[in-house]
Design a protein around this ligand. Structure first.
Ligand code: EPZ
Length: 418
């Protein structure tokens, strides 16, 4: 398992390009199942999760080709296998996103239950409830979801809670259903909007994306299309938080400030100076950051996927911060690792109190999940001395060439193959 070795204390300075959004690319690749035409997806990030998704689709019979610009061309004309096996699903929960498209296009699917993960139980009951409401017959045995439907029927579905992939799964299923589907209490994340825009380019009739009420008029068939994946707002926020924590000035290209207003507000509250244009964001830190409180919640509120990164920032900030995690039940595993670096953090239930320490000092720490790893990297960039972050395969799932990008910004970071 690879590690990242970081010599901290160097302010980040320079310019990098933000990659395509992992959490938009994954459902959009699954949308390729919905058509016998070919779907060209551009600006796909080169990530472990994307590779896993392409492996899953290929073993189902999807024809996949990569163009010279890392664009992906998909054709489901010869798709024959409607099974998503446990071996792949257990490594990437987003595999559940093939369920809705398989059911809508072929009337059957066998998808392994994802199982829990480090940050929580992460059930998929809302996905199943919605598909059953649309007329699917679903049983669960031997750890697999078996789903069948002659043809899904449009339905008015109210989610019990906001679920991103639940909204995406049902939106894709409804695109080919018979009649009108209304999704209420739907997720408003930009990645849901990006998927809807790709589906509409394929001939779907979706409106209301980005609001809590999405309207989908089912059509008989969807065609091929070409779609460019939106920039990754969490990668953007991660680099901005790293620059604010270490000091310095960075420019992010192919970044959209409208995707992460809540994060930018918090960074300004922490004392950073931020300006932006249509496709760029510049941050200039002005000395040590000030502590900022944050409470995670569904978009447009402060994202849970930025919680660990801000905990690292608050660990070196001036003051005391209170951070509350309301989306996942176990997303504080980075706390113990940050404490190994000298952070002063107390946890009470789903709330953490972070006292800005005088400074952090390097140590060996262990990544436990994707965004926790990003928080540990940020802490290592600030800590005096050398920090070794173990199990960086977590990072590779969601960040494209993170050490190359950070090195380009002046960080002293290298990958150690163990
Ligand atoms: C998506 O996960 C993202 N993943 C996650 O990003 C992100 O943290 C999460 O949304 C929240 O924003 C992808 O888009 C691939 P949810 P998802 O369904 O859809 C509960 C990353 O770091 N729930 O919105 O799985 C669930 O347990 C990853 O890139 C149910 O109870 O999250 C959680 O507490 C991590 N029943 C809450 O809802 C369900 O049927 C929100 O989960 C579905 C969800």
């Amino acid at each position: 398992m690879d590690s990242l070795v970081i010599d901290g204390g160097i302010p980040l300075n320079g310019e990098i390009r933000v990659s395509g959004a992992k959490n938009a690319a994954l459902p959009i690749l699954c949308a390729g199942i919905l058509t016998a035409g070919s779907l060209q997806v551009r600006n796909v990030p080169h990530l472990r999760d994307v590779t896993t998704m392409l492996t899953l689709l290929t073993q189902m019979g999807m024809e996949v080709s990569l163009d010279e610009h890392l664009g992906v061309c998909l054709s489901a004309a010869a798709l024959h296998n409607r099974v998503a096996p446990y071996e792949l699903v257990k490594t990437m929960r987003a595999s559940i996103l093939v369920l809705g498209p398989l059911l809508a296009r072929f009337g059957e699917a066998r998808v392994s239950l994802p199982g829990g993960c480090a940050i929580g139980l992460r059930p998929v009951d809302q996905h199943i409830k919605g598909l059953e409401a649309m007329g699917a017959t679903i049983s669960i045995d031997s750890g697999y979801i078996h789903a069948r439907a002659e043809r899904l029927r449009g339905q008015h579905i109210v989610f019990d809670l906001v679920t991103v992939t639940g909204t995406e799964n049902l939106m894709m299923a409804a695109a080919l259903a018979d009649g009108l589907t209304l999704l209420d209490n739907a997720a408003r994340e930009p990645e849901v909007v990006d998927l809807a825009e790709c589906l509409n380019a394929m001939g779907a009739r979706i409106t209301g994306q980005g609001t809590g009420s999405i309207r989908i008029e089912g059509v008989a068939n969807l065609g091929g299309a070409s779609h460019r994946v939106m920039p990754d707002r969490i990668e953007t926020g991660t680099f901005l938080a790293a620059a604010a924590a270490t000091g310095g000035e960075i420019l992010l290209k192919d970044a959209r400030v409208d995707l992460l207003e809540a994060v930018v507000d918090k960074l300004r509250e922490a004392g950073a100076f931020i300006e932006s244009g249509p496709d760029w964001i510049r941050l200039r830190a002005q000395g040590r950051p000030r502590s900022v409180n944050a409470r995670t919640a569904p978009y447009p509120a402060f994202p849970t996927d930025m919680q660990a990164q801000f905990m690292a920032l608050n660990s070196v900030a001036l003051g005391t911060a209170v951070m509350t995690e309301t989306v996942f039940e176990n997303r504080f595993m980075h706390v113990q690792e940050l404490i190994r670096l000298g952070a002063e953090i107390e946890v009470e239930g789903n709330t953490a109190i972070i006292r800005g320490a005088g400074g952090l000092s390097g140590a060996t720490v262990m990544a436990t999940d994707l965004r926790a790893s990003a928080g540990l990297v940020i802490a290592g960039l600030v800590a005096a001395g050398t920090t070794v972050v173990d199990r960086v395969y977590h990072l590779d799932r969601g960040y494209e060439c993170i050490e190359e990008k950070l090195s380009k910004l002046g960080a002293r970071i290298r990958r150690q193959r163990n």
